[in-house]
Design a protein around this ligand. Structure first.
Ligand code: NAD
Length: 337
């Protein structure tokens, strides 16, 4: 059986990556849409053969509870809507896939985990990199330690995309979860955690926004240092002002790196002993297809997804502490667990 997926929010990511990827998946299919933009409906129905009964607005979204053709609701809206829409979908009895960052803070994330648990549906975060083979190799190396103990790590993630393709400039609006840290910093945090296999205990963060005239109240650039058990330090930069896409893990007897490490395609790298990590999965949107197939299989098999809601909450705790540090003169802030 192929699970029916309804996309909530038909912006750039749904249009350019997820809907095309759902044409490549084997265990799920694009079954429905939820949108506040009626002018998009005809084109989406025409392109993907979506029946009228599977088209919803934000005001009648709750009626999805009565629709057996839809098994999964995939939340792909601006970040401030992830929590309310996840709660709505969970209470309608649907499994939820939610884009990163999962919420505005860890408390929202915990409420999402609880709502999905209470309704006995899966909550899975759209951490597409956790389905990419080179990234999965790095996760395994956290255990195998081919170059001895990990000493330090660098993860940098940035892009100019806050102004490209989006329907409006919500990425510059603090009330809607704008800023580089929510958008791209979460890749650094997630990478630091999956590359070490450990949870960070403390953080210092510096908001280095250079252009207040453009970025107003959101962060253009954040630099942060994470402390992990075993004296491992992760140094990270995230930015809307620079293209950054490198992950490097330094160990006692060598290093390994991916650059890019969070692109839609072509994630590749090498290690100090000459090992090469060639790009995997092929061209976009193969990664998103792999992600959604794996996440669908978890539902079909009743097994835990690779990136459950709890995984998103752990990242949100780090983001909460990063914002607190940046506000408090860059002092060290403990990361709660
Ligand atoms: P976008 O601006 O292109 O699309 C957002 C959609 O939400 C639009 O269709 C818009 O009409 C709709 N929307 C509903 N309520 C809105 C509101 N109050 N304000 C603004 N728009 C509203 O954004 P996007 O790039 O598609 O990002 C959507 C989500 O997907 C974000 O959470 C983002 O972080 C995530 N994303 C993830 C990846 C990834 O690689 N995993 C890539 C891009 C985006």
């Amino acid at each position: 059986r192929r699970l029916g997926v309804a996309l909530v929010g038909l912006g750039g990511y749904s249009r350019d990556l997820l809907a095309p990827a759902l044409q490549l998946t084997r265990h799920c299919r694009l079954a429905g849409i939820v949108t506040g933009s009626p002018h998009k409906i005809a084109e989406w129905q025409g392109s993907y053969g979506i029946p009228d009964a599977n088209v919803y607005g934000y005001d009648d979204f709750h009626r999805i509870a009565d629709n057996d053709d839809i098994d999964v609701v995939y939340v792909v809206t601006p970040n401030h809507l992830h929590m309310p829409q996840t709660l709505l979908a969970a209470n309608a009895g649907k499994h939820v896939w939610c884009e990163k960052p999962m919420a505005m803070d860890a408390a929202e994330g915990e409420a999402m985990v609880k709502a999905c648990r209470d309704n006995r549906v899966q909550l899975t975060i759209g951490y597409r990199m956790q389905h990419e083979p080179n990234t999965r190799r790095f996760m395994a190396m956290a255990e195998e330690r081919p170059f001895g103990r990990i000493v330090k790590l660098r993860a940098d993630a940035g892009w100019f995309g806050w102004r490209d393709g989006a329907d409006d400039a919500w990425r510059l609006d603090p009330a809607r979860g704008g800023g580089a840290m929510y958008d791209m910093g979460v890749y650094c945090v997630n990478a630091a955690r999956y590359s070490t296999g450990l949870e960070p205990t403390a953080i210092r963060a510096w908001n280095e926004t250079a252009r207040r005239d453009v970025f107003g109240e959101v962060d253009e650039t954040m630099r942060f240092e994470l402390e992990f058990p075993g004296d491992i330090v992760a140094k990270c930069v995230t930015s809307f002002g620079r293209n950054l896409n490198t992950l490097q893990v330094d160990c006692e007897r060598g290093w390994y790196a991916l650059s890019p490490f969070q692109a839609y395609e072509g994630n590749a790298g090498r290690a100090s002993d000459g090992t090469v990590f060639p790009a995997q999965l092929g061209e976009r949107p193969r990664m998103q297809a792999e992600q959604m197939d794996q996440d669908a299989l978890a539902i079909l098999n009743g097994s835990p997804p690779r990136a459950p809601g709890e995984e998103g909450v752990r990242d949100m705790r780090v983001l909460d502490a990063a914002f607190a540090s940046a506000r408090a003169d860059n002092g060290k802030v403990a990361i709660g667990g």
